[in-house]
Ligand binder design. Structure first.
Ligand SMILES: C[S@@+](CC[C@H](N)C(=O)[O-])C[C@H]1O[C@@H](n2cnc3c(N)ncnc32)[C@H](O)[C@@H]1O
Length: 309
């Protein structure tokens, strides 16, 4: 299968990151290399990108696609939470721009064997990094009902979280739940028809995927001090695809843009905090109608950006 991932909101990302010659960038979610291809072409002849992805297939595909840029791309198989260490290892320390384009690539969704899609039968897997031992099969078949309930509620915002968790438990007592389509059919029986044309298992699959890949923990860990990766006037852009991610990005960026973190009624400032960044997008940017028409997967995207002061 060829790796066809159309970069989401590429024009807006490039306008915000303003790639230029002699500068260095970090793409924490290299994927098919779509955004990085833009960063490299617009920062010629010598701009550089460190591209990270924890999915080996993505890394191989992106390296192949971006071969023409030679040593201007440094690609590493790694979780973006490791970015600070890897930048130090390659001697860059800080960069002029950082991009995260979160979530799944088209390849994840389209290949049944990766086990992300409820539309095509595959073993329940959902690992983006196939080196890790926890997969969706293990989560669904061994986690306590209370943990399943919490995951479906907190990571999927599934209103029927408890009923779905109980139905999974009843089914797995008879035999393990093996495939994506088996789980999707079970959830559909519990939840009934989805609203607004979405599949009834959408929220359950989102929840499991987020939990298996520890997506919120990784994003939060990255955002804790990610402004330190930027040089002064360096910019960071994050494209997120669901409200849980966007909330983390919004909260971190707002915090960085504050002069003080003391409670509003504190008579004296004791926090020692100083403003780290300026919000470039006080409200998130959304994909244009034409982009959604051409690439419906862009629909839920939200883009936020800051500039280090
Ligand atoms: C939406 S795709 C990126 C697509 C890319 N911007 C492009 O234009 O082709 C997201 C990629 O990020 C990777 N990814 C997600 N979370 C990650 C993490 N914590 N560390 C490293 N890579 C991650 C996924 O494996 C996937 O390949």
């Amino acid at each position: 299968m060829t790796y066809r991932h159309v970069p989401v909101m590429a024009k807006e990302v490039i306008e915000l990151l303003r790639p230029e010659a002699h500068k260095r960038y970090l793409d924490g979610t290299l994927g098919g290399g779509g955004h990085t291809a833009e960063l490299l072409s617009r920062s010629g002849p010598d701009g550089q990108v460190l591209g990270l992805d924890w999915d080996e297939e993505a890394l191989v595909a992106a390296t192949e696609r971006l071969r023409a840029f030679g040593g201007r791309l440094v690609a590493r198989r790694a979780n973006f939470i490791e970015a600070k260490n890897i930048l130090r290892e390659i001697g860059w320390d800080r960069v002029h721009g950082v991009l995260l384009d979160l979530g799944l690539s088209a390849r994840h969704i389209e290949s049944a064997e990766r086990g992300f899609s409820f539309r095509s039968a595959g073993r329940l897997d959902m690992r983006m990094d196939r080196r890790q031992t926890l997969d969706a099969y293990r989560l669904v078949n061994t986690y306590a009902v209370a943990d399943l309930h919490r995951i479906l509620r907190d990571c999927g915002e599934e209103p029927a979280a408890r009923r779905v968790a109980l139905a999974i438990d009843a089914a797995r007592r008879r035999k393990p739940i093996e495939t994506t389509t088996e789980l999707a059919a079970l959830v559909a029986r519990v939840v009934g028809k989805g609203s607004g044309g979405t599949h009834p298992a959408t929220r359950t699959f989102q929840a499991l995927r987020i939990a298996v890949n520890r997506e919120l923990e990784n994003l939060k860990g990255f955002l804790d001090d990610a402004y330190e990766l930027l040089l002064p006037e360096g910019r960071m852009a994050v494209v997120s695809f669901h409200s849980l991610e966007d909330r983390l990005v919004k909260t971190a960026f707002r915090r960085w843009s504050k002069n003080c973190l003391c409670p509003p009624k504190a008579p004296l400032c004791r926090c020692g905090w100083s403003r780290k960044a300026r919000l470039l997008t006080p409200r998130p940017l959304y994909p244009a109608r034409e982009e959604i028409q051409a690439n419906p997967r862009a629909r839920p995207a939200k883009l936020r950006a800051v500039e280090r002061v």
